[in-house]
Every structure is written in structure tokens, then in C-alpha cells.
Design a protein around this ligand. Sequence first.
Ligand SMILES: OC[C@H]1O[C@@](CO)(OC[C@H]2O[C@H](O[C@]3(CO)O[C@H](CO)[C@@H](O)[C@@H]3O)[C@H](O)[C@@H](O)[C@@H]2O)[C@@H](O)[C@@H]1O
Length: 575
Amino acid sequence: MYAFGLITSIKSTITRVVDKCNGWLQSSGPLYYKGLYHLFYQYNPGSVVPGNKTWAHSVSADLVNWLRLESALDRTEPYDAKGCWSGSVTVLADGRPAILYTGADDVKNQAQCIAFPSNSSDPYLREWTKPSSNPVIRPDGPGLTPNQFRDPTTGWTGPDGQWRIAVGAELDGYSAALLYKSEDFVSWSRVDHPLYSSNSSTMWECPDFFAALPGNTSGLDLSAAIPNRAKHVLKMSLDSCDKYMVGVYDLEADKFVPDNVVDDRRLWLRIDYGNYYASKSFFDAKKGRRIIWGWANESDSSSDDAAKGWAGIQALPRTIWLDSDGSQLLQWPVEEVESLRRNETNHQGIELKKGDMFEIKGTDTLQADVEIEFEPGTMDEADAFDPSWLLNTEKHCREADASAPGGLGPFGLVVLASDDMEEHTAVHFRVYKSKHKHMILMCSDLRRSSLRSGLYTPAYGGFFEFDLEKEKKISLRTLVRPWVFFLLTHSYHSCVIIRQRCSNSHGSPVQIDRSAVESFGGGGRVCIMARVYPVALVDDRGAHMYAFNNGTTAVMVSQLKAWSMKRAQVNVKKG
Ligand SMILES: OC[C@H]1O[C@@](CO)(OC[C@H]2O[C@H](O[C@]3(CO)O[C@H](CO)[C@@H](O)[C@@H]3O)[C@H](O)[C@@H](O)[C@@H]2O)[C@@H](O)[C@@H]1O
């Protein structure tokens, strides 16, 4: 058995070049319009710290390769003097898109503002106009706090044909998705009750509200008629993560009613159990699916961000749908990502006994997409599940370490491993017996992901309930990904996306970045986005990648496929 090494030495060998400070980003509103995907994102020009937000704008024909355009919204008016903050885009009945965003004034009081394309026949939507009617929604009415009132959702229409949106707010000190109505999308009035509120938390940021049909991977367009058996999902960003509730939209009461009201918000379902925040979803009319897109901030120090000249990346866009019993969301990277796959490696029937490691060779381990199916020989040895673990899954992942044998698991994948395993990231499962089915723990353990000190390196984790007797196999997909959706700023545009061996204008190497490990367990039941900053691999000797089992029970890898990934073109500037 390979003992996963503890960090014994601290090295910091990354070559850093201080260049112009570029930007800090986070998604605002994705959209499909006239054959192009648009991503608008929170962007601080000239600095890598939050502040002075504008709406930067990139477009893509395939969700993989991106072109950066001029910014869509800048801080030009008194009502958005301190920032054009998050919001969303809605395609109106006449086909025109409208941006609703939060304007923060000079004291950071917030109001919702609107903008329309100056020329809506331009598929690039390059220029936007803020009408004089702004701000269109002020924090008026009982219970509101002017600096806790932001992030309007995409609009939807009710049975009366009127538009509705939700706005994240603190209402009487608690969290709420406030409900507003409008005939024309410009004049809004507050409905006397929120879409939903909860006294289990304070301010919800970036609410998202959408409908989905259980067991159907197709998405629903909220502006169209919603079938009766559809469920609704309310997503909110709080506690540094994106959580959600599944329920029904009571049209008569104009309220969201969750299927289960859980008082302890530590137990709320999560979109992602790692570094993932402020996600927004949209209906992709091209392929009839719903796509959710989130942002991952740096776990690196802000001085390193300044040295790199950028901070924050987009996670992969993910197709999102409800499982067949309508109880939880499932997610999978959009199929377009697979167009980057090269050199498939394929193995079947690998038995992993306790302590075995199988090295995956023939793949660019620094830029890879791996899919594995693990099939336990027997489930008899699975340890008993303790529901109290759900309250702190990170703590449980720290205790249930990849090298600590359990009855069934840990088994999984080790990526970005140095020759001596001093540096590596382990993504793994443990199977527990619960009252009914099995409870599967998935961890993405970053504690040994870098030999550098001062990084945030937690052991992320999430549980999912699984009928292992029926399904037999547990799947894992992990993308080791320095290559896509880092939204480059203008001064690095010539480096395309991967800054590996990329030079700045002085010809010096820019920091090598292998900073994302994004994993999908149990067919997308638990997703974990992680930022890693390995240093042992800096001289490009490559990294190792292994499938492993450290549990007492043998597991069969019934299928293992791995691909090297081609570089995407991201934020190449349009000439
Ligand atoms: O960004 C400017 C500046 O404002 C501060 C608060 O005074 O941050 C504003 C909020 O920023 C974050 O909120 C979200 C979601 O991440 O980001 C958008 C703004 O970019 C906003 O619309 C969203 O709610 C943050 O999570 C909140 O806690 C902040 O209040 C300050 O931190 C920044 O320097």
C-alpha cells in the first residue's frame, strides 16, 4: 500500500512575474441569443480585488471557445457609481434581451437597474443603453435594508401574463427572495409577500429560480408554459456556497413552497460542495437544456493574485436537471467540453485490492478528463452511517482520509501527484450502510495538493444517497483543468487560455497554472469544484494519476477512460 505522504517540506518554486493588474471576476448573467452564448461577468478592471464592478462580456458559439468583447456595463451613473453588481438577462416577448442588474450608489445602497441593447439585431450585443427610468426598483417598503437588496433573477411570466422576478434581500433581518411584478419589464411593483423567505439565514445573494421535470434532462424555459408535473428550484448563495430547495410554485398564492423545510441550513442541499459561488442558470434554446454556471474564487493569497494579474475562474458550464424522484439536482459538464478530448486511454476489469494503485498512463495528466466506474465486490463490509456527519462533511472528510482504510472505501482517483506523492490531490468515495439505501461520501481532499504554505486547502466533501444494490457501480468524472474558462483580460489575450509556458510582453514566463480539479460523483449527484496550486510539477516533468483503493473490500474498476484535453481558445480578443 502506498502511504499518502504528509507534507514534510515547503517549497515555493513558481516563477512569478508581476505584470499589470488585470481583474477580478465572477459570473453575472449567461444567455443564449441569436446563435451565440453570452457570458456577462462581474469584473474589476485594473485590480484583482473585489470592487468597482463592471459587466464584462464574452461570447461563444460552442461554450468552449470564447471571445472577449467590450464591457457591457460600466459605472457611469450616480445609481451605479460604486458598481454594476450581479443580475441576469431575460429575453422579452418581442425577442429583445434585457439586463437587470444591481446598481450600488456612492454609499453602496442598492437598487435594481435595467439596460437594453442599443441594437438588438446585433447577435454580439456589443452595446447597452441604460434608460433614464433607472433605477427601476428601489429598496422601498417595510422590512428592507438598502445595502442588502440585490441580484435580480431572470424574469418569468405568471398565469396573468405579467412578468415576475425575485430579488435577494434581507427582510426584517432574515433571508428572502422578494417578489416583484411588471406588465412591461420596466415599471415594477413589490408583491406584498416574498416568493420565499426563511428565518434560518440572513441575506441571500444571487437567487436563481427555475422549473424542471423530474427525470428529464431537457430544460424548461420559464417564459413559456410550465407543465403541471414540473417542480421548481430556488437556489441561493450564502455561507460561501450555493444551496437550493426543491418544491412547487403555487400559482394561486404566487409563492414557492419547498417540499421539505429544513431549519438547519447546514443540511440544505448544495449545488457544489467545493469552491463554487454565485451561480446563475439559463435555458439554452439551442439544445433545449438548462445550464448552470458558477464562479470559483482564488484559494491563493491576494499578493499572489496581484502577481498573477487575475483572480477568479469560471467553473465548467454544467447541464442541470432533476433526478427521477424530483428530490435532488444532477449536473454534468456540457457535452461541448468533450470536443476537447484527445488520445483516449481505455481500461476494463481492473481489480483494486486494499492498498492497490493503478497508474493511468498515456494521458496528459496536467490537462485531463477521466471517467471511472467502481464496482464493489460485496457491500457487506460497508461501515454504518452516522447522520451527524451531514452537519460537517469537511470535518468527516478530514477524518476519513484517503489513506485510512474503511470497510468499503476509500477508493477513487489521485491526480496531480508528484513522483514521491508528497504533493497530490485525492478524490475518493466511501460507502456507508444507512437505514434504507447506501450513503456515499465523496471527498476532494486538497490538504496535500501543494507544497506551498499559506493556501486554503480543505478536504471538501458531500454525501449522496444511492441504491448501490440496484446500480452496482459508482461513477466518478474528474477534470484536471488549467485550460478553460479562465476569462483572460486584454493584456494576456495573446496567451490564449493556458498560461503554461506563456510569456508576457517581456518574454518572461507567466505563472504555470494547474488550478482547477472539478469532480462529478454518482452521475452528478455530488459535484466538487476545487482550486489547487501544485508546485512540484512546475518544471513540467508531468504528474502522475492513479486509480486507488485503500478500503478493506476489493473493488473492480469496470471501466476507466481518460483523455488528454486540447486547449480551448478563451477570451481571444476580437480584432
Ligand atoms: O464589489 C464591490 C465592493 O462591495 C462589497 C461590499 O461593500 O461587496 C459587495 C458584495 O459582493 C459580493 O456579492 C455578490 C456575490 O458574490 O457579488 C456581487 C458584487 O460583485 C453582488 O451583486 C453579489 O451579491 C459579496 O459576496 C458580498 O458579501 C458583498 O456584500 C465589497 O466587498 C466590495 O469591495
